[in-house]
Write a protein that binds this ligand. Structure first.
Ligand SMILES: [Zn+2]
Length: 441
């Protein structure tokens, strides 16, 4: 069995181009239990290497000259603050010529881009090694949930046009049954359910909204599934969604955090008290609006340094998410620090006419105790006058009294908000397959 497994992994790595994926998976499986000291040593060594590579890049060589910095000045992890916080706008201004490594071989430059669901698409390059490492992190995180090698996975995801290599990787390495997140509705529920019923999945991997939607379909059709673990990702996970997903899938939910630029970064362990960061691959900081580093527990902008992408280094990249760090000792035995989420993404903030910033999180709270009346919501805010059109997918139980209560609760949140409620049949997905719960119109 072991020989077969090794052969299959080797082939899949070669064909998919996910370079060094196997070695890194092995490393991650061990490194998750390294001591803090050992992790910091690895981080510092990797950071030094990264900075040396960055010297070849025009943006950084200019910056080093201007600030009189030499890569040999990096002697501790605190020296990371010698570097500027990089926004997407800075990368865009310098892309590609001044921000990619001219020494990278063309075949080592894999062009990727974010879906642009929170603005214009953002283009960037990944090295082969970084792609391989990204795939390895996902597989390592699967294992945290108890999923063993080759155990079947049910994936609800928005990826209608996969290339052959990706399909092969999914089939051979991940043993995935894929259901398109765009394709979840009452009409084809029976067909999907027939396909997955009776299959012994050990893991559900899904966009949060897709798992929630499928849980609703299960409820409406009086069905249940039994999948021991679920990794939810791609969108903020709200408490009101959690319960229904847990109940209908009879599952234990693991929240995972990541993004297109870096893949999976952090995930909950079985203690479910924050998301452990893969610190051997990333350094995560939290800063305030003046880019000053905040202490543990303080909420601010998440800043990511990816230690392995030499083709286009991301050093102190502002990912546009808000969170805080926790260094609590975790009973699971991992000393990897944790990300805690309080209010979700920067793009999930809306502005009240009073000048207050309000997180979408507070809207999600409105529906927590009202799931019998409201399935789903989307806040549409007009950019000209800040009026809100709250689109609701309601159940037959929904009534005028509930509507009045919702409006009054919103007014309580901020009395300057003007709200109109619109009943809709569905909240459509964005081209990426994700759902957007706040839209500026
Ligand atoms: Zn833990």
């Amino acid at each position: 069995m072991k020989r077969v497994k090794n052969y299959v992994l080797k082939k899949a790595q070669e064909i998919s181009g996910k370079y060094e994926f196997r070695d890194h998976l092995k490393f991650l499986n061990e490194a998750q239990y390294y001591s803090k000291e050992k992790i910091h040593k690895i981080q510092l060594n990797k950071l030094k290497k990264l900075v040396k590579k960055a010297r070849n890049i025009k943006f950084y060589s200019n910056y080093f000259k201007e600030k009189n910095i030499d890569p040999s000045d990096i002697t501790s992890l605190d020296d990371l603050t010698l570097f500027p916080v990089m926004t997407k706008a800075i990368y865009r201004n310098h892309f590609p010529k001044n921000i990619i490594n001219p020494k990278s071989a063309p075949k080592d430059l894999y062009l990727n881009s974010t879906s642009g669901s929170t603005g214009a698409p953002f283009k960037f390059y990944m090295s082969k090694k970084h792609r391989g490492y990204t795939a390895a992190r996902v597989l390592s995180f699967y294992k945290w949930t108890g999923r063993d090698y080759n155990d079947p996975i049910l994936r609800l995801w928005g990826a209608p046009n996969l290339d052959l290599k990706t399909k092969l990787f999914q089939k051979v390495i991940e043993n995935v049954t894929l259901i398109d997140a765009f394709d979840l509705n009452q009409k084809n529920f029976e067909e999907h359910f027939g396909e997955i019923e009776g299959k012994d999945f050990s893991l559900l991997e899904s966009y949060t909204s897709a798992a929630y939607e499928f849980a609703h379909l299960l409820k409406n059709n009086e069905k249940n599934l039994r999948i021991p673990s679920a990794i939810l990702s791609g969108e903020t996970l709200y408490d009101y969604q959690l319960q229904l997903i847990e109940d209908r899938f009879n599952t234990e939910i693991y929240n995972r955090y990541g993004c297109r630029e870096f893949g999976a970064i952090a995930q909950e362990c079985s203690e479910h008290k924050g998301l452990h960061i893969t610190e051997t691959d990333f350094i995560i900081e939290v800063v305030n609006d003046q880019n000053e580093v905040l202490s543990e527990g303080e909420k601010g902008n998440i800043i990511v340094t990816c230690l392995d992408n030499y083709s286009m280094p991301f050093i102190r990249y502002q990912i546009d998410d808000i969170g805080s760090l926790s260094k609590d000792i975790c009973p699971c035995g991992r000393e990897l620090i944790k990300l805690e989420f309080i209010e979700g993404r920067v793009s999930d903030m809306l502005y009240a006419p009073s000048g207050r910033h309000i997180s979408l999180y507070y809207f999600a709270l409105l529906f927590q105790g009202r799931s019998d009346y409201v399935h789903e919501f989307q806040v549409n805010q007009r950019e000209d006058n800040l009026d809100i059109i709250l689109k609701l997918v309601t159940t037959p139980k929904y009534n005028q009294k509930i509507e009045k209560e919702i409006i009054s609760d919103i007014k309580e949140m901020d009395s300057s908000l003007k709200v109109e409620i619109e009943n809709v049949n569905t909240i459509p997905r964005e081209p990426s397959g994700k759902k957007k719960y706040l839209k500026k119109i």
